[in-house]
Design a protein around this ligand. Structure first.
Ligand SMILES: CC(C)(COP(=O)(O)OP(=O)(O)OC[C@H]1O[C@@H](n2cnc3c(N)ncnc32)[C@H](O)[C@@H]1OP(=O)(O)O)[C@@H](O)C(=O)NCCC(=O)NCCS
Length: 166
C-alpha cells in the first residue's frame, strides 16, 4: 500500500511516497539536491542518444527552480529517473536510466504529478518518436507545432495533458 513519509538528509527535507515497486522522492523548488546525479543521467543520455542537449548553466538553474520527483527502485534503492516541473505544470525535463526503460518508470513519474496540477505540458522534439509515443500513451495531446524551438533550430510539438480527464 502506498504511504507518505518525511525523510531528512544533509539538513534538507524530502517527501517520500512509498509504493509497491517504486518510491517517489520529492524535492521542493529552490533546492539543488541531486543536481549532480541528474546531470550525470542527462549527459549519459545526451552522449548515447543525442537527446537532451541543454548546457550546464541553464540545466542547473532550471533544475534548482523546479519541483523534482525522483523515482527510486523500492528493492535496490537505485535512482532510476526523474522529472522536473515548473510551478505552472510545465515539464522542463524527464529522463529514465537507459537500462530501466519500458518498466513504467516514466509513467509513474507523470502519475506522481497528477494530483498537483490541473494540466501538465511540455515541448518534445518532433524527431523524438519514443517520447512522443510515451506522452501520447499517457494522454498528452499535440497542441501546436513550434518551428525552430530549439537552439539548434530543431522543431518541437507543444503537448498538453489534463490528468483529471483521464
Ligand atoms: C521517454 C522516457 C522518459 C520514457 O520512459 P519509460 O520509463 O521507458 O516509459 P514507460 O515504461 O512508462 O512507457 C510507457 C509507454 O511509452 C511508450 N514507450 C516507451 N518506450 C518506448 C519505445 N522505446 N518505443 C515506443 N514506445 C515507447 C509505450 O507506449 C509504453 O507503454 P507500453 O510499455 O505499455 O508499451 C524515456 O524513454 C527517456 O528517458 N527518454 C530519453 C529522454 C527523453 O527523451 N525525454 C523526453 C524529452 S521531452
Amino acid at each position: 500500500m502506498d504511504g507518505k513519509r518525511w525523510s531528512y538528509r544533509n539538513g534538507e527535507v524530502y517527501r517520500v511516497t512509498v509504493g509497491k515497486n517504486w518510491d517517489i522522492l520529492e524535492i521542493e523548488p529552490n533546492s539543488s539536491s541531486l543536481l549532480n546525479e541528474a546531470w550525470l543521467l542527462k549527459e549519459e543520455i545526451h552522449q548515447k542518444e543525442n537527446l537532451l542537449k541543454q548546457k550546464w548553466g541553464f540545466f542547473a538553474q532550471m533544475y534548482h527552480n523546479a519541483e523534482k520527483m525522483w523515482c527510486i527502485d523500492s528493492k535496490t534503492r537505485d535512482r532510476v529517473g526523474f522529472v522536473a516541473v515548473q510551478e505552472d505544470g510545465y515539464i522542463f525535463f524527464i529522463a529514465v536510466d537507459m537500462s530501466r526503460r519500458g518498466e513504467g518508470v516514466g509513467t509513474h513519474l507523470i502519475d506522481s504529478l497528477g494530483g498537483k496540477y490541473d494540466h501538465i505540458s511540455c515541448h518534445v522534439r518532433t524527431t523524438n518518436i519514443v517520447a512522443l509515443d510515451f506522452y501520447g500513451k499517457i494522454g498528452f495531446k499535440k497542441e501546436e507545432l513550434v518551428r525552430r524551438y530549439y537552439e539548434d533550430r530543431g522543431d518541437a510539438f507543444y503537448l498538453v495533458y489534463f490528468p483529471e480527464l483521464e
